[in-house]
Design a protein around this ligand. Structure first.
Ligand code: ADP
Ligand code: MG
Length: 248
């Protein structure tokens, strides 16, 4: 049985060789007979990249995110994230695996009966961070997202943009290696959308690998990042400094 250190070293080697995210001929079918949601997708993302994923509704973007979180395992092919093949992950390894992936959604998914501080602290309590550390980490991340003064507010009293910043703080407080954002600005006005994107860029500059699903052409075209375009479960283009690809 290899030691924990040996396994960690092997994972680092796998990441260096194959990327922090590596999909090899991945297909995902929800029903046995219908068209697959992902169809033979091969993809590599290296540590520290910022990647947009675009495509029409139903093209497989959320399915891709769920495969990366190991909410789904592929029908065929391999999904490797941070050096783990998600198919081979043992149940007891899943909490540790998920702890290293932050995630934000279009609809924020906050605890509506808790204040800002508690929503972020919750992520630390789950992994049993000592209270003393938590009392440093939570205010630190709240000030990064510009909400230091609002920690006692109930989240339902905040604007949409502020709620998404709370969700972002919660996703980041455990210092994940990867941040996945599935249409994070879908419910926001342009100003708030830009604030969230600026934060995502800042997080990326600090070393986190960031993957953002979006329908916002202005943002994609302005930011000049890698753009992966999907259509009907297939990657139809993948460009460095790409532009928004509209399939209509
Ligand atoms: P997107 O996020 O790009 O809109 P999805 O990944 O949500 O696309 O969906 C891709 C395809 O898979 C669609 O045809 C959708 O109807 C189908 N699909 C998604 N989730 C499920 C599910 N839980 N059960 C059955 N089909 C699903
Ligand atoms: Mg989706």
């Amino acid at each position: 049985m290899a030691s924990k250190q040996t396994k960690a070293l092997r994972r680092q080697e796998t990441i260096a060789e194959r990327g922090i995210i590596a999909l090899n001929k991945v297909s995902m079918s929800y029903q046995g007979d219908g068209a697959p949601a992902l169809d033979d997708v091969t993809l590599r993302i290296d540590p520290g990249e910022f990647v947009f994923v675009v495509g029409d509704s139903g093209s497989g973007k959320t399915t891709l995110i769920k495969l990366l979180l190991r909410e789904l395992v592929p029908t065929s092919g391999d999904v490797c994230v941070m050096g783990y093949n998600t198919k081979k992950l043992r149940h007891r390894q899943i909490p540790e695996f998920r702890r290293n992936i932050g995630v934000v959604f279009q609809d924020f998914r906050l605890l509506k009966d808790r204040n800002v501080y508690e929503n972020v602290a919750f992520a630390q309590r789950i992994i049993e961070v000592p209270t003393r550390e938590m009392k440093k980490n939570v205010p630190g991340i709240l000030s990064m997202v510009g909400l230091a003064g609002r920690y006692r507010y109930n989240v339902t009293d905040l604007s949409g943009g502020e709620q998404q910043r709370v969700a972002l703080a919660r996703a980041l407080v455990n210092k994940p290696e990867i941040l996945l954002a599935d249409e994070p600005t879908g419910n926001l006005d342009p100003n708030n959308a830009w604030e969230i994107m600026d934060l995502l860029e800042e997080i990326n500059e600090q070393g986190t690998t960031v993957i953002v699903v979006t329908h916002n052409p202005e943002i994609v075209n302005a930011m000049k990042k890698r753009v992966i375009a999907m259509r009907k479960g297939i990657i139809v283009s993948d460009e460095e400094e790409g532009t928004y690809v509209n399939e209509d």
